[in-house]
Write a protein that binds this ligand. Structure first.
Ligand code: G3P
Length: 218
């Protein structure tokens, strides 16, 4: 399972990149707004900076709601960086735009996916990745990871090439579960990425090793 960071924060992306375990980045309008980005030109500049740091796919979301607008934004985004994935919503307009963009070989990440049927239609539309939102389903009392499991199973059964990108992950257990159910990619906030590495016994063990060494070397 590849690891993507779900953030538009450049410092977090730099820190993640230093660990060498980040394969891509996903952004969305909310994450951009959180960083004070409020214009297409600023979003473009941030995405270009991210692409200079991470040698992998960078997902950039359209903000248009009509098909023509999504197509035009998608074509524009596709020129920004070497490895763009245009994020399109799981709506009628999103899928219609997806059909056109994928025909032009532009890679698409189908976002806001909350059902197997949405994922299946996106795969047939040529999505490079589909993003089931685990945490947001959990939030309303559904089993978000079951959706990832079902999509993985069905895509494998029919040999569909669309990658399953587990998104809206909120805690390190989500990462383990996503890996167990066979997600191709997990995208997560930087805080969750940090939690994947953290273990109190590692910290205590390291402190003990150094304490013992310092005592012996006196
Ligand atoms: O990748 C999707 C993600 O940004 C949504 O996460 O926590 O806002 O549901 P969240």
């Amino acid at each position: 399972m590849k690891i993507f960071l779900d953030t538009a924060n450049i410092d977090e992306i730099r820190q993640g990149a230093r660990l060498g375990a980040v394969h891509g980045v996903t952004t969305n309008p909310s994450l951009a707004a959180k960083e004070g980005i409020g214009a297409a030109s600023a979003y473009k500049a941030a995405v270009q900076e991210i692409a200079d740091i991470i040698d992998g796919p960078i997902s950039v979301e359209v903000v248009s709601t009509d098909v023509e607008g999504m197509i035009s934004e998608g074509r524009d985004i596709a020129e920004w960086i070497p490895n763009p994935w245009v994020k399109l919503p799981s709506t009628t307009e999103g899928l219609e735009a997806m059909a056109t963009l994928t025909r032009d070989n532009i890679k698409v990440n189908q976002t806001l996916c909350f059902s197997v049927n949405q994922a299946l239609l996106g795969a047939h539309c040529g999505a490079t990745a589909v993003s089931p939102f685990v945490g947001r389903l959990d939030d309303i009392g559904h089993d978000g990871m079951q959706l990832v499991r079902d999509i993985v199973e069905i895509f494998r059964q029919y040999n569909l090439k669309t990658e399953v990108l587990a998104a809206s992950l909120r805690h390190p257990l989500h990462c383990i579960q996503a890996a167990k159910v066979g997600a191709d990619i997990a995208t997560m906030p930087f805080s969750v990425f940090g939690q994947m590495l953290k273990h109190p016994l590692t910290d205590a063990g390291q402190a003990r090793f150094l304490q013992d060494w310092n005592k012996a070397s006196k």
